[in-house]
Design a protein around this ligand. Structure first.
Ligand SMILES: [Zn+2]
Length: 263
């Protein structure tokens, strides 16, 4: 069976409380046997770590998401640095980034928090999982200012081909998921077709970013094989080739095969 990794899924949120184990059993039956679970706010980290401890194949990351910029406090950043030192299971710092699409985005505050978390990742020798909306230029600037040892993943990538190349040069992989199933997503489909396969990872961002298979309903890692099939068809490659390469890319960038801290 093909093994597929979901490099970005919020499996800790309450949308999955009623049937998390059934969802995971169905995932495993379809070959989706590893899932990276990024954190978004300090008050959800404990629960996230607990969910990851209780279920096999789940890999936790912790971070302060730019969407919730108004809720983050200085002490949350200190708490993150402490967790990076204390929690041996973390595979990345994330979900962090810049979101200039939200109302009243507090750009300077977002940028300060983002760069502080990049520095924390660099100090802990961890990669980062990055959320970007309407801010690729600024994110690239920050990534050049605060140099990481390990690169990471630009999740739900939807920038230009040029910017993709810049990210790749900085050691990043680019995440694609359910949005490529929509014909109207022309830029995204073009990226998915033209980017080198070595730079692509698969993700769902479940319960958000539902593809055509679950339009208007909860997205789930159960649908990742469908997104894989769509990606393979767009690229005119076999599902097996795309599954193997994206799995390898995710294992490499997050070092999921190494058992301990500083993977
Ligand atoms: Zn996310």
């Amino acid at each position: 069976m093909m093994e597929i990794i979901d490099s970005h899924c919020h499996l800790d949120v309450e949308d999955f409380d009623a049937d998390r184990e059934a969802v995971l059993a169905d995932c495993r039956a379809q070959g989706v046997n590893r899932i990276v679970v990024p954190g978004v706010c300090a008050d959800t980290w404990d629960r996230l770590l607990e969910v990851c401890r209780q279920n096999r194949g789940l890999y936790p990351a912790l971070g302060l998401h730019p969407y919730y910029i108004r809720g983050h406090r200085r002490e949350h950043l200190a708490a993150l640095e402490q967790r990076l030192a204390d929690e041996p299971d973390l595979v990345a710092v994330g979900e962090i980034g810049l979101d200039f699409y939200i109302d009243d985005p507090a750009r300077e505050r977002q940028t300060g928090l983002f760069e502080a978390q990049l520095a924390a990742a660099a100090a802990a020798d961890l990669p980062v999982i990055v959320h970007v909306r309407k801010a690729h230029k600024q994110v690239l600037k920050s990534l050049k200012r605060v140099r990481l040892g390990r690169g990471g993943i630009i999740h739900a990538y939807n920038g230009s081909l040029e910017q993709a190349r810049e990210y790749i040069d900085l050691g990043f992989k680019l995440g694609f998921g359910g949005m490529i199933t929509y014909e109207r997503a022309r830029n995204l489909r073009r990226l998915a077709r033209e980017l080198p396969l070595e730079s692509i990872v698969l993700e769902t961002d479940a319960p958000d970013m539902s593809g055509d298979i679950c339009h208007g309903r909860r997205n789930s890692p159960q649908y990742l094989p469908h997104y894989l099939a769509v990606l393979a068809a767009l690229r005119d490659e076999s599902a097996k080739t795309v599954a193997q390469a994206t799995r390898r890319n995710t294992l490499d960038v997050l070092k999921l095969d190494c058992p301990q801290k500083n993977r």
